[in-house]
Write a protein that binds this ligand. Structure first.
Ligand SMILES: C[S@@+](CC[C@H](N)C(=O)[O-])C[C@H]1O[C@@H](n2cnc3c(N)ncnc32)[C@H](O)[C@@H]1O
Length: 228
């Protein structure tokens, strides 16, 4: 979308999202689980390639726990207490020893030190946060140099009928905790401004290509200083 049209819609209100996900929590796995499966799995597969300690931002009910393995250590955070309660129930089954912990936390204010993770993953989250650039800054802060930030989302279609429908749905879908009109350009612009991350991949997810996987790499410190 031309930037001006993309910005015609304000970023989501945190309280609206909190309310939406409190309502979704009991139904989320049944309704949204299958819809988001291809994207969620692709992002987890990319994160497994990086390996090590992984932070999952906006972990929701923990549907992705099964997509990691024992070669990784996963920490999940989400701002929605009802969604986190579901993730904690899943963790309590004992089936996911690679998951260290799941906690309530705002992605815009991560309580982790600089470079604490090898990889940060956010599946179907960045378009829904109240301040996407601030959340991306936080992700870049807690990932180590050489580590990755991996996002997967439906992004704005930019042109044609799909784009028109997405613009039409932009306002009414907010209350449902959805956002169809978030443009890729905003992610690319953030990376450019940040200076210590590089865009390494932008790929539509099969079979339908409605989701896009985006990978950023945190530059080694020397490269980031040279680019500044
Ligand atoms: C569409 S769900 C995705 C859940 C999970 N990643 C998945 O793929 O099933 C979006 C999640 O983002 C969370 N979220 C939205 N804004 C957030 C924020 N600022 N900090 C942490 N989590 C947030 C919501 O509470 C919700 O659980």
């Amino acid at each position: 979308m031309p930037e001006s049209r993309a910005n015609a819609f304000a970023d989501p209100d945190r309280h609206v999202m909190e309310k939406a996900y409190a309502r979704w929590a009991p139904l989320y796995d049944m309704v949204c689980g299958p819809i988001f499966e291809s994207g969620r799995r692709a992002a987890a597969a990319a994160a497994r390639q990086v390996g090590g300690r992984i932070l999952e931002v906006g972990v929701g009910t923990g549907l992705s726990f099964a997509d990691y393995d024992r070669s990784t250590r996963v920490v999940g955070i989400d701002m929605s207490a009802p969604m986190v309660a579901k993730a904690q129930e899943r963790l309590a089954t004992g089936e996911f020893p690679h998951v260290e912990s799941v906690m309530v936390m705002d992605a815009a204010d991560l309580a982790f030190g600089e470079g604490a993770f090898d990889c940060v993953v956010a599946q179907f989250v960045i378009t829904l946060v109240a301040d996407p650039e601030r959340v991306l800054d936080e992700c870049a802060r807690v990932v180590r140099p050489g580590g990755e930030i991996i996002l997967v989302n439906h992004l704005y279609s930019e042109k044609g009928l799909s784009a028109a429908i997405e613009r039409l749905l932009a306002r009414p879908s907010r209350k449902l905790g959805l956002r169809p009109e978030f443009p890729f350009a905003r992610l690319a612009a953030w990376a450019q401004r940040h200076g210590a991350v590089a865009l390494v991949e932008r790929r539509p997810i099969k079979p339908l290509g409605v989701y896009t996987l985006v990978r950023f790499r945190r530059l080694p410190d020397t490269q980031a200083r040279a680019a500044a």
